[in-house]
Design a protein around this ligand. Sequence first.
Ligand code: 10D
Ligand code: SF4
Length: 335
Amino acid sequence: MEGMTATPASPSPAKRVLLAAPRGYCAGVDRAVIAVEKALEQYGAPIYVRHEIVHNKYVVQTLERKGAIFVEETAEVPEGSIVMFSAHGVAPTVHAEAAERKLATIDATCPLVTKVHKEAVRFAKEDYDILLIGHEGHEEVIGTSGEAPEHITLVDGPDDVENVSVRDDSKVVWLSQTTLSVDETMETVDRLKEKFPQLVSPPSDDICYATQNRQIAVKQMGADADLVIVVGSKNSSNSVRLVEVALGAGARDAHLVDFAEEIDESWLEGVATVGVTSGASVPDVLVEGVLEWLSQRGFQDVELVKAAEESITFSLPKELRRDLRAEAAALADRG
Ligand code: 10D
Ligand code: SF4
């Protein structure tokens, strides 16, 4: 129209991806998944696994296809079979049940979870009241609590502190699940310390290196990201925590997805920077799927946000060095 000048549209900001490092598999998950694969190779299918070996849908489905059978209770495993315990750990009663059912066992509990079990046993022996910070009903918390049920009280976050009571407030220690939010746990500890000033801290961090590093990386990208996509399963505590940490660090939006196909196109509206990370139980092939999905929508530029180097590895469960089929058969023969 005459007399009107068109305002040039401002160029839309360049689309980019911030990719967290470290992300994905930690040493405990790597060890546990390889342990199932090795057991299948060494002894043939089926190998029973009590509980999801790690909390990841894709990993579980892949191992099922190779011959692993996942069960929730030891009672579901036929006598004389081999059963593996998941990376999250089990209570001593589960070991006892397995022995009673004449099962040969492989313990894939992460050594860093076992470390917390040992702390619980030690403090219980010294007659401490143990305040275990963790999420009620989570497999790891059930296992750790089972080490000293009469000494352990679960504290499920800062708001649960008001419900906590102890026998002797001069002999109280806190321990924690390995996959919690570091910041929220510190808030819980601060509140516990207000209530129990003589509260003793664990000898070393119970929240493991992998959980901490993945949270540091997502915090670094959070403030710059319009959207953070965390790859992980809904029952994966450490993956769910990454969504919370991303939002806490300033990300405008954050979602957890198992697979790229679960990403909703509408999440990309007005988005220039997408942060991508994954939980400790997530194989990188799933992250590659997300990067490919984003690339097809113009997000080809990928920048690494590196928070730490990781070089920790754990040796495989020692039981894999024995002939468990022969042991299981001998156990079953003994009747
Ligand atoms: O739910 P979660 O974060 O504890 O477990 P996930 O299997 O997702 O990751 C590995 C962490 C383990 C085994 C607990 F230490
Ligand atoms: Fe072990 Fe930490 Fe991995 Fe859990 S998240 S399996 S404690 S290394």
